[in-house]
Design a protein around this ligand. Structure first.
Ligand code: UD1
Length: 420
């Protein structure tokens, strides 16, 4: 197993190119199931979760060709409809194949994803919405069995709770349904917006794109001719490197980034003292010597993302004063706290609220990554800790960060990937 060894350097300096967004790529790859043509995708990130989903499609009979710049997916030979436990257990987002396979073949079996380190993460809202569209859903031996022999039918769906992959799943199912589907309380994340835009450019009319009410005009079972597209930049990767600039008090320029997707993150970094120079596709962070304490509540887009909570928690350990971070999306998303405490951070947890008394000196030690974003918080802490920090179990990090140690080395960090 690999681990990262980090030793403090005085400061970082230079450019980091942001990769394509993992969370946009996953639904867009699942969407290729709706295509009748070979779909060309640019800017897919080279991360484990993308390989997992491509492998799942391959197991179902699809073909793909991957190069550094462009990936071609051909689902015309897809002839299996069962997403098995061995793959789904490694990546919950595998549930994204449920909507498109059901829409195309009229039946589908997907292993229930089960629990997850950061919370229960049920998929009941996905299933309830598909039932409303006329699917018969049963759970047998840990598998979701979904069928709609005569196709899915458009209807009005009101999500009780905003769900990102739930919204994406239903958009894809609705794309081939008979008639129109209106989703109310839809997720508005940029990744969902891109899915809508690509479908809209490929012959599926979608009204209300980027709002919380979407109307998808189904094609009545007709497969799509999906045009080539390029995945949007990863706003969470970008936010993580901005935190690296802030915590090390270094000027770093991100390239291939879209500041429009980072409103809440930039606003909180500004409150903490940083300033920015922004162009169409770059952000330069001008950090401040003094980091100010902050109050953060995680919420759905466009509010502050839960996927940036761990990184800001690491940053808050270096702020002057007391910061409060409230996690509203996932019930168990503070696993990084005990590892940061082992590095000397002064954090107290009360349910879903963390109180961080900043200004503590962190010391390097062995720490364990527990989930994807928790891992990056430990890397950020390692960048400024005295001594050596060894971050173990970085397979979590590899699920979503493309070449993290190389990108950090390029701006002068002392980070090495080693074998246990
Ligand atoms: C997606 C992102 C993840 C991010 C999360 C919240 C992907 C691949 N993953 O996860 O990085 O942290 O959005 O921004 O895009 N819920 C239910 N029932 C459901 C579905 C969700 O109760 O059927 C609950 C969840 O437990 C959670 C909340 O709704 O409390 C939001 O979850 P959701 O938006 O679905 O997260 P994911 O799509 O899994």
């Amino acid at each position: 197993m690999d681990y990262l060894q980090i030793n403090r350097v005085d400061s970082l300096n230079g450019n980091i190119k942001i990769s394509g967004a993992k969370n946009a790529s996953l639904p867009l790859i699942a969407m290729t199931i709706l295509a009748k043509n070979n779909v060309k995708i640019k800017n897919l990130p080279h991360v484990a979760d993308i390989n997992t989903l491509l492998k799942l499609l391959h197991n179902l009979g699809a073909k793909f060709n991957r190069s550094q710049e462009i990936t071609t997916v051909d689902t015309s030979s897809l002839n299996q409809t069962k997403a098995t436990y061995d793959i789904v257990k490694t990546m919950r987002a595998s549930i994204l194949v449920l909507g498109p396979i059901l829409a195309r073949f009229g039946h589908c079996e997907v292993s229930l994803p089960g629990g997850c380190a950061i919370g229960q993460r049920p998929v009941d809202l996905h299933l309830k919405a598909l039932e409303q569209m006329g699917a018969k859903i049963g759970i047998e031996s840990g598998y979701i069995h979904a069928s709609a022999a005569n196709g899915l039918t458009g209807c009005d769906i009101n999500f009780d709770k905003i769900t990102v992959t739930g919204t994406a799943n239903i958009i894809m199912a609705a794309a081939l349904a008979n008639g129109n589907t209106t989703i109310t309380n839809a997720a508005r994340e940029p990744e969902v917006v891109q899915l809508c835009e690509v479908l809209n450019n490929s012959g599926v009319q979608i009204d209300g794109i980027a709002s919380d009410v979407l109307t998808i005009h189904g094609t009545n079972g007709k497969l799509l001719n999906i045009k080539e597209f390029s995945v949007i930049p990863d706003r969470i990767e970008a936010g993580t490197y901005l935190c690296a600039g802030a915590i090390t008090r270094s000027q770093i320029t991100l390239t291939n980034v879209d500041a429009k997707h980072l409103g809440a993150v930039l606003a909180k970094l500004e409150e903490m003292g940083s300033s920015f120079t922004i162009t169409k596709d770059t952000i330069t962070i001008h950090p401040s010597k003094i980091i100010k304490a902050v109050k953060i509540v995680t919420q759905e887009y466009p509010a502050f993302p839960t996927d940036m909570q761990a990184q800001f928690l690491a940053l808050a350990t270096q702020a002057e004063g007391t910061s409060i971070i409230e996690e509203r999306l996932f019930e168990n998303r503070f696993m990084h706290v005990s590892e940061l405490q082992r590095m000397g951070a002064n954090i107290s947890l009360n349910g879903h609220v963390a109180t961080i008394n900043g200004g503590t000196k962190l010391g390097g030690t062995d720490v364990m990554a527990t989930d994807l974003r928790a891992s990056s918080a430990l890397v950020l802490a390692g960048l400024i800790a005295d001594g050596t920090t060894d971050v173990h179990r970085i397979y979590h990090l590899d699920r979503g960060y493309d070449s993290l140690e190389i990108k950090l080395q390029n701006v002068g960090a002392n980070v090495k990937r080693l074998k246990e």
